[in-house]
Ligand binder design. Structure first.
Ligand code: M6R
Length: 360
């Protein structure tokens, strides 16, 4: 069942090239570079979107917000479902709720969905499990088609959610006639080329992760830092590490460091940074110099040709713009996996956790 892999988590990380391929199947027209999501054709483009989710799915939502706002110009609020359900969110009739859930059974996300429907707001479910409660109760459903995810630590599900959120942003921008043709072409070509690039990169990524896991396995705490599109990935990297290795890890927007957290940095408190080649790279770089000035050791996911000087640069192949997340994500997952495995933890069944959280 594990297909020769030691754990389901590792198998699922390595399935991600296929997951992206399957998510795109039937949804992109290679000739016209158009996205089609027929599931949503009957629904107007929302005036405002409220993304409601938990855990890893929430991080996917934070990432998707940036693409939906920049390409489709739909204002997006992303909220943890257990918070959303217990306040009185202002929902207008032309708003829409997007409930993101791999299992489709997370109780808080389901409660958020029901709250929205009670207030007459339409809900789109972005789910992996076909026929799950969230899928059944949503007004519209888009399936991520990632296949069963067994490991408690969610990996390929997030990859599929990011793929669908990218498609959703492209789809709404097309319906609103917003995105320039050449930009759309770059996005589509980038998406279609991702499975091959990722497939070719995963073995070396695993070797690097294994080496770094051994180097940093004695750390008691980690910062994960990123900005912009890398900020949700920093949150996700920290969640993965704490969830399966039980090492304390905090994800931060790196610009926040000097507002308090940097006080914690010393030679025994390492940082895992995302310093990719994007508009915010110079800002991230200067945040990292401040960490180094306090003696903090740094692992940084980065791109060839950047002038970053850290203890352990981890070079990723560079793809188009926001799609670099699809290479950074498995690096974060593999690092957490290798640390947990090296420390002898039960990777697929971490203590205190369940795959679907069906009670509050
Ligand atoms: O099935 P869902 O996507 O609704 O699950 C949400 C979270 O419970 C889930 O992502 C959890 O955070 C994972 N264990 C993270 O790896």
């Amino acid at each position: 069942q594990k297909g020769g892999y030691k754990h389901f988590m590792l198998k699922e990380i390595f399935e991600q090239p296929r997951v992206i391929h399957d998510c795109l199947l039937g949804r992109v027209d290679h000739a016209t570079n158009e996205v089609s999501l027929p599931e949503l054709d009957a629904m107007p483009v929302p005036k405002r979107l409220h993304i409601v989710a938990c855990g890893t799915s929430f991080h996917a939502g934070l990432w998707g917000k940036q693409l939906i706002e920049s390409w489709a110009k739909v204002p997006v609020n992303v909220e943890i479902a257990s918070e959303f359900r217990y306040r009185q969110p202002i929902l207008e009739p032309e708003d829409m709720v997007l409930a993101i859930s791999q299992s489709g059974e997370t109780i808080d996300t389901l409660a958020g969905l029901r709250l929205a429907k009670e207030q007459g707001v339409k809900v789109v479910g972005l789910c992996n499990v076909v026929g799950s409660t969230i899928a059944r109760e949503s007004n519209y459903v888009v399936y991520t088609q990632a296949g069963p995810e067994i490991s408690v630590a969610s990996t390929k599900a997030m990859c599929s959610q990011l793929t669908l959120l990218t498609l959703l942003a492209l789809y709404w921008s097309r319906r609103k006639g917003l995105m320039a043709d050449d930009e759309r072409k770059k996005a589509m070509r980038g998406l279609l080329g991702l499975p091959e690039v990722l497939e070719a990169s995963l073995p070396a990524m695993r070797d690097k992760a294994r080496f770094l896991a051994r180097t940093y396995s004695e750390a008691k705490s980690f910062f994960y830092l990123g900005r912009g599109l890398c900020y949700p990935l920093a949150l996700e990297g920290a969640l993965k590490l704490k969830e399966i290795s039980y090492i304390h890890a905090e994800g931060y927007a790196s610009g926040e460091m000097k507002h308090g957290p940097i006080a914690l940095v010393d030679p025994k408190f390492p940082t895992f940074a995302l310093a990719l080649n994007d508009a915010l790279y110079p800002k991230v770089k200067s945040n990292l110099i401040e960490v180094q000035a306090r003696g903090g050791k740094i692992i940084a996911l980065t791109h060839p040709g950047l002038d970053l000087s850290v203890d352990h640069p981890w070079l990723l192949p560079e793809v188009w713009g926001p799609l670099n997340a699809f290479l950074a994500l498995p690096a974060l997952q593999l690092f957490a996996y290798e640390v947990a495995d090296y420390l002898g933890k039960d990777v697929d069944q971490p203590r205190n956790l369940a795959k679907s959280v069906t009670v509050e």
